[in-house]
Design a protein around this ligand. Structure first.
Ligand SMILES: Cc1cc2nc3c(=O)[nH]c(=O)nc-3n(C[C@H](O)[C@H](O)[C@H](O)COP(=O)(O)O)c2cc1C
Length: 307
């Protein structure tokens, strides 16, 4: 059986994954945290926690709240910063078989381009995933990914700064995700990941106050799966680029739904908190499904819901 997928067919370096199962940024640390639990080298790719120009401590506590069928988080991009990532993490990743993708986040367009250019060509990093769910500080704080224009500007700046594959990760917190997807495709993205978390909040009724330290947070987990699936299906009908589906994937059957909707690969996120082996279980389940259904090549399944 062939489970391999090419996520950057037009890029000079390409991004060939042995299988479609990736980890979602922020839910799998730097990969090292899970390497004693299962053989992480079996995965298609690992996406690390968002990296910013400078190290960040993140938002005030509490930063996590359980919700019906989901989790609300407001971690606030806590990370070690791009220089430490290059010095301390990349050398280890360079010895790994599984490709590692660096998720990047910035407050300005220049910052995104600057982080990306530092990462370009670093051994151990195969691609960048641009997290455009960050507040555009210069434009009053709306997410870069909330409108096609600012999403395209970030994409174009990162594209111009580096030669390695550029994945752009869309936010669902926008009026029309299809328009944003078309804009980032035209601006030079190699692939599109979708979706990031949905904005939400929880109130502590005893204190009459928002539960999270930063008032609002991002909803993830099974609660968002139908939303994510629908967005993948609609974007697949509008852009030619490989899509990476993400949002509430817990099982192989969830993953297969995203592939049939149009995703070439998928990311397992919140599911890893309850079951740290979830990405591997999803991969095993996809293989079993293909065997049972007599599917030799995963590409036979991609997007078939549309035909
Ligand atoms: C605790 C936590 C931290 C996250 N951090 C990031 C991040 O740094 N960058 C990013 O692009 N997405 C981040 N995400 C979003 C996930 O990568 C993913 O898009 C989202 O959780 C939906 O997938 P899921 O329902 O499978 O978790 C984070 C999610 C969670 C729960």
């Amino acid at each position: 059986m062939n489970l391999s997928v090419q996520l950057a067919p037009k890029n000079q370096h390409g991004l060939l994954l042995a299988n479609p199962v990736m980890t979602a940024s922020g839910t799998f640390g730097y990969g090292t945290e899970y390497s004693h639990i299962f053989d992480i080298q079996k995965l298609g790719a690992i996406v690390c926690k968002a990296t910013t120009l400078e190290p960040r401590d993140g938002n005030p506590q509490p930063r996590l709240a359980e919700t019906p069928s989901g989790v609300l988080n407001s971690i606030g991009l806590q990370n070690i910063g791009v220089n430490a990532l290059i010095k301390e993490k990349a050398p280890l990743w360079a010895s790994w078989q599984v490709p590692v993708i660096a998720n990047i986040a910035g407050e300005t367009i220049d910052e995104y381009a600057n982080i990306a250019s530092k990462l370009d060509g670093v051994a151990g990093i195969s691609a960048v995933e641009v997290n455009i769910s960050c507040p555009n500080v210069k434009a009053g704080g709306a997410e870069f990914g909330a409108n096609p224009k600012s999403a395209a500007e970030v994409t174009a700046a990162v594209r111009a700064a580096i030669s390695m594959p550029v994945l752009v990760k869309l936010t669902p917190n926008t009026g029309d995700i299809v328009k944003v997807a078309i804009a980032v495709a035209e601006a030079g993205a190699d692939a599109i990941s979708l979706i990031n978390t949905l904005k939400g909040m929880v109130i502590d009724i005893a204190k009459r106050r928002p539960l999270l330290g930063s008032i609002t947070g991002g909803l993830s987990g099974p609660a968002i799966k139908p939303v994510a699936l629908c967005m993948v299906y609609e974007v697949a009908g509008a852009v030619e680029l490989p899509l990476i589906g993400c949002g509430g994937i817990n099982t192989a059957s969830d993953a297969i739904e995203f592939i049939i909707a149009g995703a070439s690969a998928i990311q397992v996120g919140t599911a890893s908190f309850a079951n740290p082996r979830a990405p591997l279980d999803v991969l095993d389940g996809i293989e079993q499904f293909m065997e049972k259904e007599g599917i030799d090549n995963l590409t036979e399944l991609i997007g078939v819901a549309r035909y």
